[in-house]
Design a protein around this ligand. Sequence first.
Ligand SMILES: C[S@@+](CC[C@H](N)C(=O)[O-])C[C@H]1O[C@@H](n2cnc3c(N)ncnc32)[C@H](O)[C@@H]1O
Ligand SMILES: CC(C)=CCC/C(C)=C/COP(=O)(O)OP(=O)(O)O
Ligand SMILES: [Mg+2]
Length: 294
Amino acid sequence: MTSNQSTDLKVPAPFVPAPASPYQGEIARYWDEEARPVNLRLGDVDGLYHHHYGVGEVDRDALGDAGDGEYEKRLIAELHRLESAQTQVLLDHLGPVGRDDTLVDAGCGRGGSMVMAHQRFACRVEGLTLSAKQADFANRRARELGVADRVRARVCNMLDMPFESGRAAASWNNESSMYVDLHDLFAEHSRVLGTGGRYVTITGCWNPRHGQPSKWVSQINAHFECNIHSRREYLRAMADNRLVPAAVVDLTEATLPYWELRATSSLVTGIEEAFINSYRDGSFQYLLIAADRV
Ligand SMILES: C[S@@+](CC[C@H](N)C(=O)[O-])C[C@H]1O[C@@H](n2cnc3c(N)ncnc32)[C@H](O)[C@@H]1O
Ligand SMILES: CC(C)=CCC/C(C)=C/COP(=O)(O)OP(=O)(O)O
Ligand SMILES: [Mg+2]
């Protein structure tokens, strides 16, 4: 036996299921290859890595008026604080969660929200992502933090979750619902949530009052290879799947300061203008929807 063969036997490759569709394969590749400094540098601030945007007022005092290097460092910390504040708003809407409960983060990215949920509720958190790189990253962070027995990410399609019916006390999509058909998504959340379970999403959606997706929304879709739904589609698909909205919060005004600050940073990616213009012209909205599984 050659040394290569013996290594192969000792370290079996982790099981990665085949993508359920060619599109899901493309999304898995997209997130496997993603390494934008705006996400890594912000995550490095405290070890919580997010792939979502921020809410709340900018703390101008925290930014100060120091010279270039110091100002940029503070700006990055401030953007990260606003992104973590976004997660806290989502967690605020999960309702009471006990330490024996299991929460599901559908489309968990690098796992920042999962760790925050565990830190807040001491509960078990199960995350699902299409990207093996993201799942490895999230599990490594969980190990480093000593919470790997309670926080776990898996490579899995959120339209076919590896949980028995009624297993989850609550579940969420944090900026991950624009990659799937909403009827399929909410049918699956409805299945894994028991009656009385809570579902929360924070998402960008196009405003039906605009008529059709604006050019800015089309630009965001092309940039991320996603398919932004309308607000009406969310509410219809929930109603069709036993998810009754308990709160609909328009976070558009609250996210604009994040975008305006980000547009001045050295970490711009080129998509800032599309978000700012579409939020300002009303064609796009940043929405939180919390729903009861009835
Ligand atoms: C923009 S990131 C959001 C990550 C995370 N929710 C956060 O807030 O940091 C989108 C995530 O959705 C995941 N995703 C997209 N389609 C998915 C699917 N069908 N099943 C599981 N995850 C999916 C991607 O793998 C990626 O992790
Ligand atoms: C609100 C909408 C429409 C979201 C689309 C999904 C998405 C790509 C979110 C942010 O990811 P990211 O943090 O990796 O993006 P960026 O690199 O721009 O920070
Ligand atoms: Mg980001």
